[in-house]
Design a protein around this ligand. Sequence first.
Ligand SMILES: NC(=O)c1ccc[n+]([C@@H]2O[C@H](COP(=O)([O-])OP(=O)(O)OC[C@H]3O[C@@H](n4cnc5c(N)ncnc54)[C@H](OP(=O)(O)O)[C@@H]3O)[C@@H](O)[C@H]2O)c1
Length: 404
Amino acid sequence: MAPLVHMQKGGRQGLTAGCPSRSARRAPVHCSTRRALKVAAVNSGGPNHRVPFNTNVNAPPRIQLPGFLQPASSSSQHHQPHHNQQQQHRPDLNMTPPMEGAFKATGRTVVITGGSQGVGRAAALLFARKGYNVVVAAREAARLAYVADDCAAAAGRAGAALAVPTDVTQERQVQALVNSVLSKFERVDAVVQCAGVFGRGAVEDTPAMEARRLMEVNYLGPYLVTQAFLPVLLKAGARAMGTSSSSSSAGVGGGGVGLPGIGGLLGGGERPSLVFLTGFSGRVPTKHMGAFSASKAALESLAASLRTEVEGQGVHVGVVQPGLVRSNLMERAAFYGRNSEEDRRSFRQMLRTLPMAQSPGEVAEAIWGCVASRSPEVAVGLPFAAAAQAYRLTGINPSATPFT
Ligand SMILES: NC(=O)c1ccc[n+]([C@@H]2O[C@H](COP(=O)([O-])OP(=O)(O)OC[C@H]3O[C@@H](n4cnc5c(N)ncnc54)[C@H](OP(=O)(O)O)[C@@H]3O)[C@@H](O)[C@H]2O)c1
């Protein structure tokens, strides 16, 4: 079972937003932590920089603890030594303490794969601000822990976020993710699949191994995550449709009575969502991105097939298609061909400067819109949506023009 990284109060002591304090720098740091610190430092001015510690202190705590169970006083936190300016200006969070033991956190819960950075991280923060419990999953534990920390602060509840290091291509780790979620949260309302990698190069130059990597992370991973969460989502769907035969609410969205036919009327809950991040290239096969396009097209096809199977059972299946996002996807991107280094440089430049490139926050808003409206498909960015529609209608591929 994958180790859990629980959100720890004060776990970020000695850190400003992306800058280790002197004491933190002296302390021995785990290799992945050091890498995370480095990235955080790089990110501090970049498009993917970390948000201020708490972006929403107004979210009311969900669980009103009786007075005698309230933490002695938040002032005890204030007696801790301040390591830096940033901490001195932190607002009084007055967060609800995490619940331990057999208790499960109530309230809506979203699971976000690829939640450690970029679109996934932006979506995690947005859902937290909207009042959701948030579970983030990706491979690197240190980054995930920071995001969970930020989500808990954004939600105003220490128990509102959970980081579960997971490689989505590993079936056992994915199953461990489901178990971790269900042991901490009462229900799952949405699973948003942002985990993905990027590769670029002509088919002639791209090794089969790279095509396999892209297919495994971008398609097989979401397939495994879908299979693992489907039983939970189907139960929630049945409850929302009022067709559930069980009155137990453990592990499923909604908290209704569950009597056949009237669950919806009695507050059986909302339909749960399963959202896939595909992309423009999944819709429009893109030149020099054959292996990547194929992996995203496979995901589009999976989502469309799945929709025919589960929508009737109350599970919403949505697809969000970003165009080009100013995230740090270049960290994991591979380029192939004779001019691969030059291609990498110009692609990075395009990502930074192209006016129609989107921010992770814009894509996160699209994901939120997809879940809130139960849309089957949301294309992000008007130029990309228009080009995809034109391709659908005319067959003209914008990447096949003589200028591309
Ligand atoms: N950026 C774009 O221009 C663009 C365009 C179209 C579509 N998209 C899609 O949008 C989604 C988000 O992209 P992004 O720009 O936010 O990318 P990103 O910044 O590179 O983030 C990718 C996330 O996926 C995680 N990940 C990678 N491999 C994984 C694995 N095997 N198991 C679990 N997690 C894994 C990464 O964390 P770890 O490495 O720690 O696991 C990271 O959290 C992706 O599916 C991407 O294909 C992006």
